[in-house]
Design a protein around this ligand. Structure first.
Ligand code: PMV
Length: 343
C-alpha cells in the first residue's frame, strides 16, 4: 500500500490537449478503454489544463472544482470513477479534492477531456504516492478518456492499440519531439455556433462500430495510413503529410455520417472551412494546408509558418468563424508542484 505523499497536500500537474491526425474511434473493451486501432496525434502549444489533487482523511466525499466552480453530473462522475481507479492502484481509501483550471474554454471542442484526464492522472497518481513512469501514467490517463493517453507526451505521439485483454500493452509513446518540424502550424478555427456535444464520444464511437457499414473498411486501411503518416512526419514531407491528414479526416467523417442514427459534427461554417482549404490548395497549385477535425464543429487547419498569413486571412473571412488561434507542437505533461494550498 502506498503512502499519499505528502498527506493532505496538493500535488499539481499540467497537460496540453492533442489533436488526432489518425483518429481513435471504436473500442474493443469499453471498461478498460482499449481501442480497436492505434492512433497518432500532435500535442499542442499554448493551451493547457492545470490540476491539483489532494487525498485527505477528513473528506466525506470526492470534490471537484473546474475553473473555480464546483462540478456536478457527468464531469463529477467521470472524475470519481477515475479516482476509484487510482485508489485501487495505490491501495488508498481516502476521498480526494480536485481543482482544475483550463486556460481555454471547456467543452469548446478543444479536447479538454484529453488534457483534463492527462493532468488528473499525473496529479492524482502523485498525490496517491504512486511514483509512475510516463508510460504508466499514459496507461492510467487512458481510463479517463482514451485520447488523454496521448497528452502525457509532447510533440508527435502514437497510442498503440495493443492486443492484450488486460491492456498492459496499450499506452502512448512519443514519436517525434515538439521541435521536430519547426515550421509546422495548426490554425484552430473556432466556429461560433458550434453545438454542444449531444452524445459522449465513448458512446458515439460504439454506435459507429455497431451500425456503420463503412467501419470494417476503415479498420482494414487505418493502420496503413498511420504507417504512411509516421513516414511523412519522419521525412518532413509536407505534401504527403497534408494529403494524409485530410484523407484520414474524410474517412473518420464517413464512418460518423454512416452511423445509424447519423453523427454529424460539422456546421455549414465548418464545411466552408474544409472547402476553403481545398480551394487554397487548388489555387496554389500544390498543397499549402490540410484540415482535420474531431467529434466537434471546430476545424484544425495544418500549414507552415510562411503560409499562415495567407491561410488565416482566407479562413477568417468565412461567415460563422469566430476566431482563429495559431498553435505549434507543444510540450509533454509535467509536475507543477506539491504544496499545502492549490494555486
Ligand atoms: O478520448 P475521447 O473519448 O474523448 O475520444 C476521442 C475521439 C476523437 O477525438 C474523435 C479522436 C481522437 O483520437 O482523439
Amino acid at each position: 500500500m502506498s503512502q499519499p505523499f505528502p498527506p493532505a497536500r496538493f500535488a499539481g500537474y499540467e497537460a496540453a490537449p492533442n489533436i488526432a491526425l489518425v483518429k481513435y474511434w471504436g473500442m474493443r473493451d469499453d471498461r478498460l478503454v482499449l481501442p480497436r486501432n492505434s492512433s497518432l496525434s500532435m500535442t499542442v502549444s499554448r493551451l493547457r489544463t492545470r490540476t491539483w489533487v489532494r487525498f485527505d482523511p477528513s473528506l466525506r466525499s470526492d470534490r471537484f472544482s473546474l475553473n473555480g466552480r464546483p462540478a456536478g453530473g457527468g464531469p463529477l462522475q467521470g472524475a470519481v470513477d477515475f479516482l476509484d481507479v487510482v485508489r485501487e492502484e495505490a491501495g488508498v481509501s481516502m476521498f480526494a479534492e480536485i481543482r482544475s483550471h483550463n486556460n481555454f474554454p471547456t467543452a469548446s471542442g478543444l479536447a479538454s477531456s484529453a488534457s483534463g484526464f492527462a493532468a488528473l492522472a499525473g496529479a492524482a497518481s502523485l498525490a496517491a504516492g504512486l511514483r509512475w513512469s510516463p508510460r504508466e501514467m499514459s496507461r492510467l490517463a487512458r481510463r479517463g478518456s482514451g485520447s488523454a493517453s496521448r497528452s502525457i507526451f509532447g510533440g508527435f505521439v502514437e497510442w498503440q492499440a495493443g492486443r492484450r485483454p488486460d491492456g498492459r500493452d496499450c499506452f502512448a509513446r512519443p514519436l517525434f519531439r515538439a521541435d521536430h518540424w519547426p515550421e509546422l502550424r495548426d490554425i484552430v478555427v473556432l466556429i461560433a455556433d458550434a453545438p454542444e456535444k449531444r452524445v459522449r464520444s465513448a458512446r458515439a464511437m460504439q454506435e459507429t462500430v455497431r451500425t456503420s457499414p463503412a467501419y470494417s473498411e476503415r479498420q482494414r486501411t487505418v493502420a496503413g495510413r498511420l504507417a504512411a503518416l509516421r513516414t511523412a512526419l519522419r521525412t518532413r514531407s509536407a505534401d504527403r503529410f497534408l494529403a494524409l491528414i485530410m484523407e484520414e479526416c474524410d474517412d473518420f467523417r464517413r464512418v460518423c455520417e454512416t452511423t445509424v442514427p447519423s453523427l454529424d459534427y460539422l456546421t455549414p461554417s465548418s464545411r466552408a472551412v474544409l472547402a476553403a482549404v481545398l480551394d487554397l490548395n487548388r489555387r496554389a497549385g500544390h498543397p499549402v494546408a490540410g484540415y482535420t477535425h474531431d467529434a466537434g464543429a471546430h476545424v484544425h487547419v495544418f500549414t507552415f509558418q510562411k503560409y499562415v498569413p495567407r491561410v488565416r486571412s482566407r479562413l477568417r473571412r468565412i461567415p460563422g468563424v469566430s476566431a482563429t488561434r495559431v498553435l505549434s507542437p507543444g510540450p509533454a505533461a509535467r509536475v507543477i508542484g506539491v504544496r499545502s494550498r492549490s494555486a
